[in-house]
Design a protein around this ligand. Structure first.
Ligand code: CP
Length: 303
């Protein structure tokens, strides 16, 4: 496919190809080669209807590393505020010659809608509570890089599963790659029926952490939660925060991930976030490498 809409649609082989391509891309970043000409003459557009620090910036950097031109549309300062529809915005981008459009939107399914309006490759940068495939790909790349494999590992996804597109994409990706996925959090933040996706559900974080190889800590998404939701932030921190004491229940070399932005002191303690087992800043670098790989595979050589 020329689009990346979600990991539900990808095979294990396709995921492996992206992860394998990201390795050499990371070398380009680390050798500080500012530009390779792979995407010269291509136009990459980021179209973000929701805020972002990491995803938008890393797509722009990834495109620039490979010589593409980039345009970024923050809808709060665009004609979307005047009521322009997704269709008309898409046609405008097409007229400007976009080769790839990365879209983030609060509505699930908006990336697939965009594919109907534009010939460019469409990449999902996060759609509502549905999927955030590039985040899961960079999480898997980080796991593979640090622990040497994904297959057979026990991966805990901890926290606000209900509102998390990051959790859904990770579940699709990790289960396809042969990991044992555990989701843990308060019953109010774990959707009913999630075990049908092939994961184990834990309401007590201590049980989930026992023998874990990886803990992916999610942000508590207050902006998507209705008022008065249980538990309160204080209760959440008390019962579910990843603290050094709880982390000791996992394997000694267990890896700690967080997609960012973090609520320090809520879902993760600062000591864990900044600790030796944390790969949180490395995830950001890996995000650029994975997005370079994707742009290369979708709009580079021969396409
Ligand atoms: N992890 C992530 O998607 O971060 P941003 O919202 O800053 O892009």
């Amino acid at each position: 496919s020329k689009h990346l809409l979600g990991l539900k649609d990808l095979s294990a082989q396709e995921i492996k190809l992206i992860l394998d391509t990201a390795g050499p891309m990371k070398e380009i970043i680390q050798r500080d080669i500012k530009k390779v000409p792979t995407l010269r003459g291509k136009l990459v557009v980021t179209l973000f209807y929701e805020p972002s620090t990491r995803t938008r910036t890393s797509f722009e950097l990834a495109a620039k590393y490979m010589g593409a031109d980039t345009v970024s549309i923050a809808t709060s300062t665009s004609s979307v505020t005047k009521g322009e529809s997704l269709r008309d915005t898409a046609q405008t981008l097409a007229a400007m010659g976009a080769d790839a459009v990365i879209i983030r939107h609060s509505a699930a399914g908006s990336p697939v809608l965009l594919t109907r309006y534009i010939k460019a490759s469409v990449i999902n940068g996060g759609d509502g509570m549905h999927e955030h495939p590039t985040q899961a790909l960079l999480d898997m790349f980080t796991i593979q890089e640090k622990l040497g494999r994904i297959e057979g590992l026990k991966v805990v996804i901890l926290g606000d599963i209900l509102h998390s597109r990051v959790a859904r994409s990770n579940i699709w990706g990790l289960t396809k790659m042969g990991a044992e996925v555990r989701v843990a959090g308060p019953p109010t933040l774990i959707p009913k029926g999630i075990e049908n996706l092939g994961v184990k559900v834990f309401y007590r974080v201590e049980e989930a952490l026992r023998g874990a190889d990886v803990i992916n800590v999610l942000r508590i998404q207050r902006e998507r939660q209705k008022k008065g939701l249980f538990p309160s932030l204080r209760e959440y921190a008390l019962l579910y925060q990843l603290t050094p004491e709880r982390l000791r229940l996992a394997k000694p070399n267990a890896l700690v991930l967080h997609p960012g932005p973090m609520n320090r002191g809520i879902e993760i303690s600062p000591a864990v976030a900044d600790g030796l087992q944390s790969a949180i800043t490395e995830q950001v670098t890996n995000g650029v490498a994975v997005r370079m790989a994707l742009l290369y595979l979708l709009i580079g050589g021969g396409n």
